[in-house]
Ligand binder design. Structure first.
Ligand code: ZN
Length: 442
């Protein structure tokens, strides 16, 4: 990837991400004491050197509140410094362009959330357990990484902790071994994953399997069992609807974790979503959120933005999925919801463009709703058949890959009989909200 000198290719988080290599695989081994909040860990990172002709030194993102005790590159001790959440490593010999190399980082300490404008991000302690909420830049709170959503990699995560706790991480549970007082859990995520979607959840949970074409797992404190069962009862129907409209569910399974603590908002992770105790009431009171988080498995986790400015490709689509579920489940139609939200947005400040809203508006509800309205306007312009064919081709073409707004508009143009240039210019690149949801085509 080449950019002009002095121009960051990560304008929202210029301090994150690193040049000169691409990660292929993360192998994380974590030994964690829940009561003391102490971590002892190693990360073995396989990466390709991409700098020509060679890479004399490189950096990884890692919270400065963790302590590094040793770094090996291809088995040999390497020099390193660690400050400002950057681990700078100088291998014994430069790494030639195109070679695969392994970095082994030993580290530990008391992992804690990284501060951000959205509050603490990353590894956080619950009353009796752990939650990881990585979006957008929390991953370095618990492992050294190339914290760039464009650099997706496979993972194997091993967690050893007290046997009273259930541990959930992304992907398939490959092994579980019990020792005297601890249990070791091994999870494998063979589909590429962005760092912010990597997650570990630890709690005194029980776990129930929900069989079906997409195996689901509900993980929660025993006291919330009946509420969770009631609130997630229609999730299999949601998966069926979204698979029909968006294309096949992109992962081997889907795990929902409900924490014993309340959470401000649910948390998305690859193959997994995390809800707070306050999000379950036994009366499907937050079903909208269940649909929203599920939709992120297609839009966000399988298809991941390469730059945070394209957040609408995640949140606009997930918000629209809420409306599709609402209509399919016999509640308010997508048309009615679109009309209502169009009126509401028209009364709010229109001071950003959807395709580049600015870092501080990443999680602004206006971005979510304007994104959903853009999709509804597009659907009206090209018709239902072309619209859903477009979504299915979108998820198939970029499955487990990276996406941009330009790639979406280019693919959409191929599903339209007339030019969509004006529609996208008005909805994506103009601050003022279009006056109508029906676009006049010429
Ligand atoms: Zn979302």
């Amino acid at each position: 990837m080449s950019v002009a000198p002095g121009v960051s290719r990560r304008p929202y988080f210029p301090e994150r991400g690193n040049e000169g290599y691409w990660v292929e695989h993360y192998e994380l081994s974590l030994d964690y004491r829940v009561g003391a909040g102490r971590l002892r860990a190693s990360a073995v990172i396989s990466a390709f050197a991409s700098r020509s002709p060679s890479l004399p030194a490189f950096t990884l993102d890692l919270s400065s509140s963790l302590r590094v005790s040793g770094v090996l590159v291809d088995g040999e001790p390497a020099r390193y410094t660690h400050r400002g959440d950057k681990l700078r490593i100088t291998p014994a010999r430069p790494l030639h362009e195109g070679t695969l190399f392994a970095v082994d980082v030993r580290y530990g300490g008391d992992p804690r959330p990284l501060t951000s404008r959205w509050g603490g991000l990353g590894w956080d302690r619950l009353t009796d357990g752990v939650i990881v909420a990585g979006q957008p830049t929390g991953a370095p709170s618990w492992f050294p990484c190339n914290d760039d959503p464009a650099d997706k990699a496979t993972y194997r995560v091993t967690v050893t902790t007290g046997s009273a706790y259930e541990v959930v991480a992304n992907g398939r549970l490959a092994d579980r071994r019990r020792a005297a007082s601890t249990t070791t859990w091994v999870y494998e995520q063979p589909q590429p994953m962005a760092t912010y979607l990597a997650s570990v959840q630890i709690g005194r949970y029980q776990s129930a399997e929900v069989p079906g074409p997409v195996p689901q797992r509900l993980v929660h404190p025993a006291r919330l069992a009946s509420r969770v069962r009631a609130d997630f009862a229609r999730q299999p129907a949601m998966i069926a609807l979204f698979s029909d409209l968006f294309g096949p569910y992109p992962f081997a399974g889907y795990t929902v974790v409900v924490t014993a603590d309340d959470l401000e908002i649910p948390v998305e992770a690859q193959g997994m979503s995390i809800f707070g105790a306050n999000h379950v009431d036994g009366r499907r009171g937050e079903e909208r959120l269940i649909a929203h988080e599920l939709a992120h498995q297609w839009f966000g986790n399988s298809l991941t933005l390469e730059d945070w400015r394209d957040i609408w490709l995640h949140e606009g689509f997930a918000a629209y999925a809420e409306w599709l579920w609402s209509q399919a489940s016999g509640e308010e139609t997508a048309d009615a919801l679109a009309a209502r939200w169009h009126r509401r947005l028209a009364a709010l400040p229109q001071d950003f463009t959807l395709a580049d809203p600015g870092a501080r508006r990443l999680f602004d509800d206006r971005v979510y709703k304007r994104g959903a309205l853009t999709l509804h306007a597009l659907r009206r312009a090209i018709g239902d058949e072309a619209f859903f064919a477009l979504l299915r081709e979108w998820t198939a073409t970029y499955q487990h890959g990276g996406v941009t707004t330009e790639r979406f508009t280019r693919l959409a143009a191929r599903h339209a009989a007339t030019s969509l240039d004006d529609l996208f210019a008005e909805w994506l690149h103009t601050e003022r909200l279009p006056a109508s949801l029906t676009h006049r085509t010429v």
